[in-house]
Design a protein around this ligand. Sequence first.
Ligand code: DAH
Length: 352
Amino acid sequence: MSMEAIDELRLSGLAQIETAASSADLEQLRVAVLGRNGSLTLMLRALGSIPADERAAVGRAVNSLRDEFESAFAARKALLADAELDAQIASGSLDITLPGRPMAIGSQHLISQITEEISEVFRGIGYTVVSGTEVETDYYNFTALNTPPDHPSRGLQDTFYIRDRSGDQAVIEGESDVVLRTQTSGVQVHTMEQQKPPIYILAPGRVFRRDAPDPTHLPQFSQIEGLVVDKGITFADLKGTMDFLCQQVFGSDRKTRFRTHFFPFTEPSAEVDVSCGVCGGVGCRFCKGTGWLEILGCGMVDPNVFGFVGIDPDEYSGFAFGLGIERTACLKYNVSDLRMLLEGDVRFLRQF
Ligand code: DAH
């Protein structure tokens, strides 16, 4: 085998590749050159019988020709495939019955998932799920919830004020009466204004507070509010309902504990803790050694609130409760930082 023979094969081979008229012709040519008994393959095989002093140079030339052929075949193949597809489309013979590429489908966010789960639990015991508005007047967010104007939670520190009393100015400190609601509790007032007892409602929704985001705070988060007003409702009904809620959400092995607390719109009020799911109540880092995790606020509806909506406290009584959904999600799945719920990282979200 001489260098001339290699060169000849190179010239004729490349010319044939360039002029191959169809993918089928090209494939035939590829087999004739690079196939098991192809012209180039035979050359490679014959290298062994070449005198040792020429072998290295000839071997290099044949190998580099193989590389050259392979890329020429690939380039021509792509070109012909494009042209053939164009021709197929032009002649109307494209197979449109081929299945399409599947789209990646997302999943429900953990916050929506837990909201839906809790709503289902309460629908099951006869509650109606209602929604309020995220923009609220301070009458509904505070005053009618027995929270007088000098109450600290009204301060600009906690509340986003939207505009001043004239309606279209930017925020003037302490002058605005339109707020982004800081709690879903205002839905209690709207509901009691619109509907006579018996009332059994659940109100999930977004709330806003002037907090910098950190592992346990978000400036925007979600709550679920519950309200019951009926004849003869007692604290025992509240306790039973909260036990039921915690066991439905966290599992039947979890215990609850009521601690006395203050909320302006309930009297008496309590905070409810659920036993820690990580250590089973013995005490660990997650529950800061206490064995308990604070989960919600609740209480018996304050008669003053009934006064604002014209319900007779001698005829009716009721209870209310409110829980943070992000917090509930973190406690249920042992997530240590609330912000992870908002980052939109699908690798995190797909776990639930
Ligand atoms: N609104 C309260 C908060 O955001 C939570 C709350 C506490 C709601 C007691 C209630 C309740 O309905 O009775 O901190």
